[in-house]
Ligand binder design. Sequence first.
Ligand SMILES: [Zn+2]
Length: 349
Amino acid sequence: MQERPLRTTVIGSYPFPGWLEFAVSHLDEFGLADRAELQEDAVIAAVHDQVAAGLDVISDGEQTRLDFNLSFYGFLEGIHLESAPPRRFGPPAHDQRGKHQVTGELRAPRGLGVVEEFQRLQRLAPRTADGKSPTLKASVPGPYTMSGRLLPNEQYVDRWALTEALLPIVRTELEALVTAGCTEITVDEPSMSCYAHREDPARFVDIWNRTVQPIVGKCRLSTHLCFGNFKARAVGLRHYAPMFPAFLDFDLDEIHVEMASREFAEIGIIRDIAERRDVAVGIIDVKSYYIETPQDVAERVRLCLRHAPAEKLSFAPDCGLSQTARWAAKQKLNNMVVGVQIVRDELGV
Ligand SMILES: [Zn+2]
């Protein structure tokens, strides 16, 4: 059970400040200490925007996943990092990201870096005396999603084999996060939601449950089921029907679904989720530059309340905000919190 009804939360990522993007393309001109400083400064900026919005749950905005060396793939041994995408020009889409060659046994002796990210967030996030400090959330990609950017080879013959190799690596990172004091973890498996229509959803449930098994009941555990947002473009069939009821067997506390950009199609699914789990509803469209007003948000919250009770509901953007300009991301988060508060006041919760 979540700690307050109608909680406001986020999906992990937040836009990089312009200066950070500039710095990333000139990283070789920075010294190690300079890089550490710019990573901290970027997290401070992301934390500031989320705290200023008044969110109940915040993340580090994934600000330190700057480049390949600091991404999860940079922590993996047994791969050859391939940063050149197969298509470099033309309209933005997911094929403008490269896939990595697997050259040996997949291992991550240093972990995936999420524990260090969480500890940095702990150090930089504000603690308020009134006990209302925001909850700090960490996001980890699930093994099936991570496997999508690795090319199968003789040792790992297909995506399922790659997933099985990554599964214990992700599981170890999750356990380490809980040990480090992390109380809220999202395991992102957008590839499962994107491909549920063409794969066996029960197979996804089995992968999920084996991945998270050691941390179930030891933290607030959630997943984010979206249809893709790289370069603000979707990639999956944007229907939840193929995933349910199978995905209700995921061992977790909360399922996040993308509703705003889909005009709340299949809203009834949140009733089914709320019968078994908490449900986080995406009520902010991260792909659109229309800024939802607080009244828009309040209306969307009331719509959700027709399908699920307040104590089961939380609200978030549809996806991480990394592909949305920061000026818009800020306004959208601010208005989301104000809009949810309108309904809290109406209900007296
Ligand atoms: Zn997403």
